[in-house]
Write a protein that binds this ligand. Structure first.
Ligand code: HEC
Length: 157
């Protein structure tokens, strides 16, 4: 009896490992989620760099322009970072809520709003006019918040 269940456990573990390896091969959800996380880290870093400059008495417009370009380049790619099967059920570390895939149209709408704001901010940044930059930045930040409120597990950013 004991032997039989031990053998069963070994077989189950082997099967689970085989399935996991197969799944990893097919799409590797963990790698997708990791790449997504890295993109967001880059966006978060650029966003912070802009915020830090704008708090200075004499912001470095060059730093703002480079960061704005980074965000504007990444923003239109955002929907492609969320292929089905890469949510928290498969990658527990992910903060992407199931609603991302349950309401794809709403998610894409928020992503599109972000891309529009990112582009508008980039235009303001490249103009070099600090007042335009100051005006456009909160609009951009608002689009991060809107999406996080609905689609991300914790809004700490
Ligand atoms: C259309 C939705 C959407 C928009 C717009 C968006 N995010 Fe996110 N963000 C997410 C989701 C969903 C996650 C969780 C991804 C995961 O963990 O798999 C995330 C994760 C992050 C993370 C990673 C958190 C961590 O664990 O380190 C950062 C940083 C971040 N976002 C910053 C931003 C900033 C800054 C903006 C705007 C400039 C922004 N995001 C715009 C949906 C969005």
């Amino acid at each position: 009896m004991v032997l039989k269940s031990a053998l069963g456990a070994v077989l189950a573990a082997t099967l689970a490992a085989t399935l996991a390896a197969g799944a990893a091969h097919a799409q590797d959800p963990a790698a997708v989620a990791r790449a997504r996380h890295d993109h967001y880290k880059e966006i978060g870093k650029a966003s912070k760099a802009i915020r830090d400059e704008l708090m200075k008495p004499a912001p470095d417009v060059g730093v703002i322009q480079a960061a704005a370009k980074t965000i504007d380049t990444l923003a239109p790619q955002l929907p492609s970072w969320f292929p089905p099967g890469t949510g928290r059920d498969v990658v527990p570390k992910s903060e992407a809520l199931p609603i991302v895939w349950q309401k794809p149209d709403e998610f894409k709408k928020d992503a599109a709003g972000f891309a529009t704001a990112a582009h508008a901010f980039d235009l303001a940044a490249q103009s070099g006019k600090l007042d335009a930059i100051h005006t456009a930045f909160p609009t951009l930040g608002g689009t991060c918040k809107t999406c996080h409120e609905t689609f991300k597990a914790k809004d700490e950013h």
